[in-house]
Ligand binder design. Sequence first.
Ligand code: APR
Length: 393
Amino acid sequence: MPLLFVKGDITKIKADAIVNAANNSLLGGGGVDGAIHRAAGPELLAECRTLHGCETGEAKITGGYRLPCKYVIHTVGPVYRGGNHGEPELLRSCYVKSLELAAENQCESVAFPAISTGVYGYPKEEAAEIAASAAREFLETHEMTVLFVYYNGAETSGRRELSEYIRKHWYEPSKYNMYTVREETAEPEAVAEEAEDAKPPVQDSLSAEKRREKEARKGVTGLFKKRKLTFESEAAGSDAAVCNRVSERRDAYAGAAASCQAMQAAASKPMGAHPDFRGMLDESFSQMLLRKIDESGMTDSECYHRANIDRKLFSKIRSDALYRPSKPTAIAFAVALQLPPAEAEEMLKKAGYAFSQSSLFDVIIRFFIERQEYDILKINEELFRYDQPLLGA
Ligand code: APR
């Protein structure tokens, strides 16, 4: 995953380079500057002396010494004075210059603290936006893993309306027994049936004849459901056979579409007891993803960058029509494609998942999709705050 948010102490991060929020003298100080110098040992200060300071918004590089990283990139953030003295541009420049320096030194990973948000007083939310957008722009043209290290996870305040939404929609499994959760998520008829079975036995006013009829009806419904289930699994089997015959993306799609047309023609003939034959013509997750990318007008790389997915994983998905991604990956693509809730559900279903109200991760994702907010970095920040897996690979 190209962009990661982690909670922890940056002096312990094993990235190729870590970034220090230094001051213009580069001769150490408090906060993260002090922590990095303490952990790196006196050799770091000795090298810093040779650099003769650093301008605000600029960056310089030294060795990592006793730290578990190869390099330390020292950058000097702006002191916040209300935001109208060029602070945003200077803060953005800290990230851009540090990333460029990391790339020049062949770093594959670089870790940032929340520059200027401590002693220099930059509001955390605004600073996080500037950091994320600078990193996202850089990652459109570079392959690198960028980590944002939040010291105690309190670097940005949470969204109040999200915590409201979670309170309303999240059925925390530990708080509810499974029955309550099932009742909320079961199919209406299933609940009705349960309610029917759960009803206390009353003197049944139905005649014996009516009772027999009711029993018989229940039997048929049950059988039909079972047959439908079997039929669908057969369908999945033959669907897999269709997809197995294709290899490349275009051929795969064209191949599967041609076979679907053939099957559709077959389906239009009277099918006897199985009216739901059409159900078996589903495209796979990977086919739906590629179709949606084409429909969106995005290139493949725009889509997987927006989904915060690395190129290797995307090529695996593209080349295997039956690839099953992880749930965060499937959702990351639904978000990158800015799918409305129903289509996001459909894409998730094709990957073998469904949104669940007992999953905090799902509830947070639904919050953003229902508001048509598709910025993965913002979503990841909230997932990160609630200790949930992040979107992306
Ligand atoms: N790991 C990760 N993040 C840390 C750590 C750590 N070990 N220690 C502090 N932080 C976080 C703080 O929580 C804050 O969010 O780093 C962020 C930046 O805070 P500061 O270190 O105060 O840096 P800054 O606001 O840029 O001020 C720089 O402070 O330490 C002096 O010499 C430094 O004069 C310079 C000024």
